[in-house]
Design a protein around this ligand. Structure first.
Ligand code: UT7
Length: 349
């Protein structure tokens, strides 16, 4: 068995900076409220008609590929994690494959929202450590601003999210002391609707009650996007923020400790924790609970908001560029979010 190492890492965030004060122009919110509840000062929004989840992913991928010392032609498998794909189908994996001119290789999309990068990393790890693939390109990308409710009705969700993408190239190494030590994946579908983006969708009203969506009486079809969904603007993400917060602060520490325990470590051994950037208050809670020093955790939600599947690779890459991740360091990644899904990965850099 090989170990899987991160051979190259990159990120791309759009140029357009949107401050909290910018949002007050379109909805009833304030800089103070957003900073106090989330820690976010600003986020980036992609350029309409020019950028997409796939194009941002491709930009991040180009950097990761170059830093891995390979070319796009060497990539032998693509994994793309996103909850805001360019198309309902096909997924962003094939779009990136086309954008980068990578011939013929498999492309898989991962639909695990905030935990998407960790899930993707775990899938990639299985392929790489068994020797099946030599250069797996894993991307997390989101174009949230295209699908948010910018009226006051959507403010509890909208102020949190930002756009961007991060990517890694994963390669096998024979050095058993470096690379991914373990990954840990969990889910609890009982919370599926607590943080969700339901319409348009093929749910057929199951579990949800057809009434709300106004399904037409015709015998076949017409249930994916109904007139009522359209009239009620019932096509935005929704979130019970407090419910998410409550479970997040339990599951983050739990899954981090699970990774540490599996490998015989304690929180004191972590050189850098890069948590999914859900909310600065959640990260700070986890930091306090695990008694981590400030230099043992990297947060950048202040600048980019919550970029869901992109948040871990963006934060990890930024930390690496700042010299906060050095060879031999014990790096822990952890995520929690919609599904609910959560997971962690422990890496010897
Ligand atoms: O990646 C995982 C994704 N999600 C998360 O991790 C989210 C976890 N949850 C959270 O981060 C927090 O629950 C939020 C930041 C979303 C909300 O903070 P909160 O302290 O839980 O606020 P709340 O939802 O209980 O709302 C408190 C008040 C309400 O007003 P009333 O009913 O007290 O009058 C809301 O209507 O704040 C109001 N509110 C806002 N006010 C100004 C909600 N959103 C906003 C807003 N600006 N953007």
């Amino acid at each position: 068995m090989y170990r899987t190492k991160i051979a190259g890492i990159g990120y791309y965030v759009p140029e357009k900076v949107v401050t909290n004060n910018d949002l007050t122009r379109v909805m009833d919110t304030s800089d103070e409220w957003i900073i106090e509840r989330t820690g976010i000062h600003e986020r980036r929004y992609a350029k309409k008609h020019e950028e997409s989840t796939a194009t941002m992913g491709a930009e991040a991928a180009k950097i990761a590929i170059e830093r891995a010392g390979i070319t796009a032609q060497d990539v032998d498998f693509i994994i793309f994690a996103t909850l805001s794909p360019d198309y309902f189908f096909p997924g962003c994996g094939v779009l990136v494959q086309r954008l980068l001119g990578i011939p013929n290789v498999g492309a898989l999309d991962v639909r695990n929202q905030c935990s998407g990068f960790i899930y993707g990393l775990s899938v990639a790890d299985q392929f790489v450590k068994t020797g099946m693939y030599k250069n797996v390109l894993l991307i997390g990308g989101e174009f949230h601003s295209a699908g948010l409710d910018f009226s006051t009705r959507g403010r509890n969700v909208t102020v949190i999210f930002g756009d961007g993408a991060g990517a890694v190239v994963l390669q096998p190494t024979e050095d058993q002391d470096t690379g991914i030590l373990s990954t840990h994946l969990h889910a609890d579908g009982n919370y599926a609707e607590v943080l969700s983006y339901i319409n348009p969708g093929c749910h057929g009203g199951v579990h949800l009650g057809t009434e709300r969506f106004g399904y037409p009486e015709q015998e076949f079809g017409g249930a994916f996007l109904t007139q009522k969904m359209w009239d009620d603007q019932d096509y935005y993400p929704n979130m019970d923020g407090q419910a998410v917060f409550k479970v997040a602060v339990q599951k983050f520490p739990e899954v981090i400790l699970e990774a540490l325990k599996t490998n015989g470590f304690t929180p004191a051994d972590i050189d850098l924790l890069v948590p999914h950037q859900a909310n600065l208050r959640i990260s700070q809670f986890v930091q306090r609970l695990l008694k981590l020093r400030d230099d043992q955790i990297h947060n950048n939600i202040q600048k980019y908001g919550n970029t869901t599947a992109a948040s871990i690779p963006i934060a990890l890459c930024e930390a690496w560029e700042m010299g906060k991740v050095k060879p031999g360091d014990l790096v822990c990644l952890a995520a929690f979010g919609s599904g609910f899904t959560w997971g962690s990965a422990l890496i010897r850099w």
